[in-house]
Design a protein. Structure first.
Length: 260
């Protein structure tokens, strides 16, 4: 799909990957790029920079998603591409408190459900539309130190798979962005909290990831992998699950040993 004359919405666009996506999209002369974020001031700054509309939006609240979709459709008549990019990180395992588990579930999973619930009807009526979900390589490979993050990203991947299966023959295109480390505030916070640098060395700039997304949309690929080695890791996991788990345990222990 080409971006020219398209109406594009990006959530989580005040910084990081979302901001890079918004900046990259305008290069290809879309009809409009709408910047949405919980940080309304940050969204406004990016919107002014790229000449687009900004909307304050808490993606964990369905009413906010409804308002966002309605505002864009009232102004432009349609949404061609919706990048459901907003996400948060929570570390730990089952000991992480329920409030954290619930919050990350709402943002990393239910936000995508709300987007599909309210964007799909218009797309299906036109028999065309594109949903792009920012998932993470953790959706394919899990996360060795953050169960809430790995679990919710795997659930998000599964949801987008379902959308592609159910609506792929009805003109709906679906892509999942699954990078490893990206130089964002979230990665910096994770490295600071864990004191283990297992993603920083290969971390990409958000602009590189945004370029990969534009190419993935043009090629209409389901998996967008800015780190191509993720495909190899995923193949190894599928080829021999038990061997892969043993390898992940060794890697986790080696990282812990080197840090502590």
């Amino acid at each position: 799909m080409e971006l020219t004359d398209k109406v594009i919405v990006v959530t989580g666009a005040a910084r990081g990957i979302g901001r890079a996506l918004a900046r990259r999209f305008v290069v290809d002369h879309p009809k409009a790029v709408v910047v949405a974020d919980l940080d309304g001031d940050g969204a406004q700054t990016v919107g002014q920079e790229i000449g687009g509309k900004s909307v304050q939006c808490d993606v964990s609240r369905e009413t906010d998603i409804v308002r966002l979709v309605q505002e864009v459709e009232d102004i432009h008549g349609r949404i061609d591409i919706f990048c459901s990019n907003a996400g948060i990180g929570v570390g730990g395992g089952p000991e992480a408190v329920d409030d954290y588990w619930q919050r990350i579930w709402q943002v990393n999973v239910m936000a995508h459900v709300y987007v599909a619930r309210h964007v799909l009807p218009g797309m299906l009526a036109r028999k065309e539309g594109y949903l792009v979900g920012t998932v993470s390589a953790a959706g394919l490979l899990n996360h060795m130190f953050a169960a809430p993050y790995g679990v919710t990203k795997a659930a998000a991947l599964s949801f987008f798979e379902w959308l592609a299966i159910a609506h792929g023959d009805s003109g709906i295109r679906v892509s999942c962005l699954c990078p490893q480390g990206v130089k964002t505030d979230m990665l910096a916070q994770e490295l600071s909290q864990l004191r283990i640098d297992f993603l920083g060395a290969g971390a990409l700039e958000p602009e590189v990831v945004a370029d990969a997304v534009v190419k993935g949309i043009a090629d209409e690929r389901f998996l967008i992998l800015p780190h191509p080695e993720v495909a190899d890791y995923f193949h190894r996991k599928a080829d021999d699950y038990d061997r892969w788990l043993r390898g992940m345990r060794r890697l986790r222990q080696n990282l812990l040993d080197s840090a502590y």
